[in-house]
Design a protein around this ligand. Structure first.
Ligand SMILES: Cc1cc2nc3c(=O)[nH]c(=O)nc-3n(C[C@H](O)[C@H](O)[C@H](O)COP(=O)(O)OP(=O)(O)OC[C@H]3O[C@@H](n4cnc5c(N)ncnc54)[C@H](O)[C@@H]3O)c2cc1C
Length: 346
């Protein structure tokens, strides 16, 4: 039996595990947080459930719909209300509602990875942050931040965002000329930062849209959406807005205390939506995403070490900051790993 270690249990890591579920490869998944699905994140508070990272999975290439349906129709949501647009002056327009499908689940976005890992019957070791990588002979071992060793494995798949993967490559012991090139290529991928605010109100809102996106990228707010449009997220009689601030605003205010900055954000939301009542949410929450969205994909250098069992996957490898892109990249890399390990046994 051959073995694989997947670092990171986001959409890419889950896709890779799923792609290998019919093989006899022994898969170990190491994930630093207590949950799964990475930036496609869901949180619960005061009877509400909200997706404070990715809002939904779209299907631009007609293959994701069948895939998510195959994971089970139970609890699957396709948000019907449209996404409208707004510009820097705060003018709202109907937009082109180009996302035919906006998939989510009554229990939130994390269902994507939960369902994939369950189908793959893969065990995820949570609260395990990988700190260093070692090449031992022809195999790979990793050490976590508690000093525990894992492996050796025949192949290693790294899926954290590029800056976090670059940090792992900086702590990799492998005497090979490809390592400096990999470090440089992965370290060069730039990211946008997003600070998400969650605003809850003890009243309903009657609006014709699910989400609003700022199309000229010149407003302090980048995105607003109504979680009550997703079944199972917000009790009747309440409303909950997910507000993603622009990368420029988020970078400038990343460390501002929540209790102070939420007043500024709620005021901006009240102005945008032309409703003074929105300036005083009855409770709120936030999440900073330092590495929210990769600006571009990594160079092909990232595939140079695959002959030696070192693989990479994620939205930054796919070159698109989207859940479906990370998912399909994970699936494709999982299939390549399967071929590599099958060939290595011949
Ligand atoms: C605010 C926000 C809104 C977004 N909205 C949308 C949207 O509406 N639709 C859409 O399609 N996309 C959206 N995206 C983008 C989408 O979330 C990502 O493209 C996608 O989730 C990336 O998946 P991934 O598996 O590549 O990476 P991740 O989800 O980042 O998964 C990587 C995993 O690696 C783990 N990890 C990191 N370092 C280590 C380590 N050292 N050891 C162990 N584990 C580690 C992380 O905890 C994480 O779970 C949004 C992103 C953000 C931040």
């Amino acid at each position: 039996m051959t073995s694989l270690c997947i670092v990171g249990a986001g959409a890419a890591g889950a896709g890779a595990a799923d792609a290998l579920s019919d093989t006899d490869i022994d898969v170990t998944v190491l994930e630093k947080s207590r949950g799964v699905c990475g930036r496609a994140a869901t949180r619960r508070k005061d009877g509400c459930r909200y997706d404070h990272g990715a809002n939904y999975v779209k299907d631009p290439d007609d293959r994701t719909t069948a895939f998510v349906r195959d994971l089970g129709e139970d609890g699957l949501i396709d948000i019907t209300e449209p996404v409208w647009t707004f510009d820097s002056s705060g003018r709202l327009s109907e937009g082109d509602s180009r996302d035919d499908h906006k998939f989510n689940w009554t229990e939130g976005m994390t269902q994507l990875a939960k369902r994939l890992f369950a189908r793959a019957d893969a065990e995820v070791k949570n609260a395990t942050r990988v700190a260093a990588i070692d090449r031992e002979g022809e195999r790979w071992s990793v050490v976590d931040t508690d000093g525990n060793g894992h492996g050796p494995f025949d192949a290693l798949l790294l899926t954290p965002p590029a800056p976090q993967t670059a940090a792992l490559l900086a702590d990799t012991r492998w005497d090979d000329g490809r390592l400096p090139r990999l470090r440089e290529a992965v370290g060069a991928v730039q990211y946008r930062t997003i600070r998400t605010y969650v605003l809850h109100y003890p009243f309903e809102q009657d609006r014709p849209w699910y989400g609003l996106v700022n199309v000229d990228k010149a407003h302090d707010i980048g995105w607003v959406s109504r979680e009550e449009c997703k079944a199972g997220h917000v009790p009747d009689g309440e409303s909950l807005l997910v507000v993603q601030m622009s990368p420029a605003w988020s970078t400038a205010h990343y460390d501002d205390p929540l209790d102070e900055s939420v007043d500024v954000v709620a005021e901006k939301v009240a102005t945008l939506l032309d409703d003074p009542a929105l300036s005083t949410p009855d409770w709120y929450d936030d999440q900073g995403w330092r590495y929210a969205l990769p600006d571009e994909g990594v160079s092909d250098v990232v595939h140079e070490a695959e002959d030696d069992g070192l693989f990479f996957a994620g939205d930054w490898v796919a070159g698109a900051a989207r859940v479906h892109a990370a998912l399909w990249n994970g699936i494709e890399q999982g299939e390549r790993i399967g071929e590599h390990l099958a060939a290595s046994r011949l």
